[in-house]
Design a protein around this ligand. Structure first.
Ligand SMILES: NC(=O)c1ccc[n+]([C@@H]2O[C@H](COP(=O)([O-])OP(=O)(O)OC[C@H]3O[C@@H](n4cnc5c(N)ncnc54)[C@H](O)[C@@H]3O)[C@@H](O)[C@H]2O)c1
Length: 434
């Protein structure tokens, strides 16, 4: 199959490279010329484990191409995937669909034979209908079908998730499109993930329901963590105790500083707006959003209280800034709110992250960036673990202790085991454990 991917970001580039690896011929398009130039030079504009090798191999095999020129890329394709951003619209939280609609119009003008247009971006219910209408408006004679195929990959494990998905959801209303989609995903049949064919609107809503459910699970365990702290229980043991129940499952039960990233915050908000638009309010998700917002500020208060109630003039070292390990993505990372609160209260904030510092620098002008965890700890009144990178799991604690001005560790990801770390003489504060 010839596939064109519009948008070569976290989703478009990973999906494009994986489809090429399955044997399809893929052209990745992006309107950002500097991104395409870097890709053509063999550079990967984002950090995603294994992606550099996957891209290089498929470029070498002549199955993966990059361009800014959408029209010829669309004309040669059996299927054109839209994988552009759908951020929160400023002001009202609706998904901003302007990138999707702009891509749809340009695709529409280029169509000259039957083509399947696949929405891989996360889009509210009814977007497929609007994409179809727009294409018809710009090119009334076009022969096409619009499909919804939301992406469920996780940054940091994106290639594995794409190649071995739990399921592939495909919202399709047209038999020819269904055949094309089956053929595109046929290479997955060895691993036998269910291809879940549903209506287009059902598919669009499934993506939001999945993200809202996972955000709810995280927020639930975060509130249980707060209760654990009050009653002297251990949230990790509670999570294990409930997670071993197959009806609940152990994933997404790690207490921490609140969910962030490029998806959950914007997708929960967009789902709320859809609920309001259709007079079907989603009160659980409303509460999840509110609880998660306040949690990020509460994490800064946790640091402040670990330092006796004031951080004015104190030096605080942060380990990890990305919203989770194995990515450089800073979108809606909890570290943003934590840095703003601590710096706003007069702290001098130092930080280190293995991959996200170039993305973080413009977002955190008040922060001094360090070269490694030990430089971050030097002379600090407290060291705060914000993101659970593997590199922070086995720090030389004796060295850290000699570097810190006061031996305080605030572990917002429960990376360490309290008795172990206290043995080294630290004052240790974690989440949901006493
Ligand atoms: N990042 C994730 O983990 C993830 C997971 C599942 C779903 N999604 C969804 O996938 C979509 C894309 O997310 P992302 O994280 O890859 O975004 P991104 O910002 O990393 O990438 C989007 C790319 O699209 C390009 N673009 C925008 N308009 C264009 C146009 N008209 N023509 C060509 N290129 C254009 C941008 O330059 C950018 O490179 C979003 O809807 C997101 O919600 C993301």
């Amino acid at each position: 199959m010839h596939i064109t991917m519009i948008g070569s970001g976290y989703v478009g580039l990973v999906s494009g490279a994986c489809f090429a690896d399955f044997g399809h011929v893929v052209t990745c398009v992006d309107s950002d010329a500097s991104k395409i130039e870097r890709l053509l030079r063999g550079e990967i504009p984002i950090y995603e484990p294994g992606l550099d090798e996957l891209v290089a191999n498929n470029v070498k095999q002549n199955r993966l191409f990059f361009t800014t020129d959408l029209t010829p890329a669309v004309r040669g394709a059996d299927a054109v995937f839209i994988a552009v951003g759908t951020p929160s619209r400023r002001g009202d939280g609706h998904a901003d669909l302007s990138y999707v609609y702009a891509a749809a119009e340009t695709i529409g003008r280029a169509l000259d034979k039957f083509t399947v247009i696949v929405n891989k971006s996360t889009v509210p219910v009814g977007t497929g209908d609007e994409v179809e209408r727009l294409i018809r408006e710009v090119n009334p004679k076009a022969d096409f079908a619009v499909v919804s195929n939301p992406e469920f990959l996780r940054e940091g494990a994106a290639i594995e998730d794409f190649k071995r998905p739990d399921r592939v959801v495909i919202g399709v209303e047209d038999e020819r499109a269904r055949e094309v989609m089956s053929e595109i995903y046929r290479p997955l049949s060895l691993n036998q993930p269910p291809l879940v064919f549903v209506g287009r609107r059902t598919s669009e809503l499934t993506k939001y329901a999945a993200n809202a459910f996972l955000a709810t699970k995280i927020t639930f365990i975060n509130e249980i963590a707060d209760l654990c702290e009050r009653v002297g229980a251990d949230v990790q043991e509670v999570a294990r105790g409930i997670g071993l129940d197959n009806r609940i499952g152990s994933k997404f039960l790690h207490a921490g500083p609140g969910y962030g990233g490029s998806c959950f915050p914007k997708d929960t908000l967009a789902l709320l707006k859809t609920g309001q638009d259709y007079a079907a309010p989603l009160r659980i998700v409303e509460t999840v959003v509110a609880v998660n917002d306040s949690r990020k500020r509460a994490m800064a208060r946790k640091v402040i209280s670990a330092l006796g109630g004031s951080v004015r003039g104190k030096k605080i070292g942060l380990l990890g800034l990305a919203f989770k390990p194995n990515t450089d993505d800073m979108r809606d990372a909890p570290s943003l709110a934590i840095v703003a609160s601590l710096a706003g209260d007069g702290a001098k904030v130092y930080a280190y992250d293995p991959e996200s510092m170039s993305q973080a620098k413009p977002l955190m002008p008040e922060v001094t960036f360090c070269e490694d965890p030990y430089q971050t700890a030097e002379g600090a009144d407290a060291l705060v673990i914000v993101t659970e990178w593997d590199a922070f799991r086995a720090l030389d604690l004796d060295r850290i202790k000699t570097l810190l001005k006061t031996p305080v560790i605030v572990d917002l990801r429960n990376v360490y085991f309290p008795p172990d770390i206290r043995k080294h003489g630290f004052a240790y504060v974690s989440v949901g454990r006493s």
